[in-house]
Design a protein around this ligand. Structure first.
Ligand SMILES: [Zn+2]
Length: 276
């Protein structure tokens, strides 16, 4: 087995895991390993992933030292998040394209110990990138934003995590600035679970992602990674230029639970960011 096969085997396993959650990763690993055939995959799943956080001895600068499974956090060459420099964009009408097909959806809410995450079991929300359809699995939040534009950090960022039939991930990043109360997220942000949850909380009202997203869909696309351990690469990133708004009160409600859950920007290493 050559090195590439090993790496692909590892990627296949890690990309099937939900983002962000130590607990969720632990519970997902037995099912991931049962379908894995390579010895590399078996090794990967032999031990529980190490606990990680956003500060101190288990913070982003230390992630790679916590667990061999987190090697990509330091050795990867296409890591997320990044600073998007508007003067360095490559304009490409085809590659820059991105389409959403979202319907009002009943989400369930969880606190996974790293963020607040809203899960979508409907399978009815999709985005299309390069002719490939990715289905929304969950959305979650970071404070402050992870991706930057021209070195500017925003108050928060929402990540909509999609997966295609091959298990490949595509994340839509939506920057958030302080402003008006966000009506689509009003119920969610009034019910943010303060402690790590064992069971998802049902939300009474549906969320219309079309109404939540900005009207202007100008997007920046780049090849990146998970922004949480194991920092797996092969994630197709789309970041919208136009931010959405949450009220200061809504931002503070999140900040009372997660005061800082962002990974710092990572080197581009020659990557180009494409826009339409
Ligand atoms: Zn995220």
């Amino acid at each position: 087995m050559n090195r590439n096969t090993v790496i692909r085997g590892m990627m296949a396993v890690v990309l099937t895991l939900p983002l962000a959650a130590c607990a969720a990763q632990n519970s997902a690993i037995p099912s991931a390993s049962s379908s894995a055939s390579s010895s590399a995959s078996a090794n990967v799943t032999a031990t529980k992933p190490a606990h990680w956080s956003y500060s101190g001895d288990t913070g982003p600068a230390k992630w790679t030292t916590l667990d061999p499974q987190y090697a990509a956090c330091a050795n990867g060459t296409e890591q997320s998040p990044i600073d998007i420099e508007l003067s360095q964009l490559k304009v490409d009408k085809e590659l820059g394209k991105f389409e959403t097909n979202y319907k009002p959806t009943a989400f369930t809410l969880m606190n996974n110990g790293h963020t607040i995450q809203a899960n979508d079991a409907s399978g009815s929300n999709t985005i299309t990138l390069d002719g490939k359809v990715y289905t929304l699995v969950q959305l979650h939040f970071h404070k402050p934003s992870e991706n930057q534009i021209n070195d500017k950090t925003f108050d928060m960022e929402m990540h909509l995590v999609h997966k295609n039939s091959e298990g490949k991930l595509a994340v839509l990043g939506v920057l958030i600035k302080s402003g008006s109360e966000n009506k689509q997220l009003a119920e969610m942000f009034s019910k943010l679970p303060k402690e790590e949850t064992k069971e998802d909380l049902k939300l009474d009202q549906v969320i219309d992602l079309n109404a939540l997203l900005p009207q202007d869909k100008k997007a920046f696309r780049y090849k990146g990674s998970l922004t949480t351990p194991p920092c797996s690469e092969g994630v197709d990133w789309t970041v919208l230029e136009e931010p959405i708004e949450l009220s200061e009160k809504q931002i503070q409600a999140f900040g009372a639970i997660f005061s800082d859950n962002h990974r710092p920007v990572q080197p581009l290493n020659g990557r180009t960011v494409v826009t339409q």
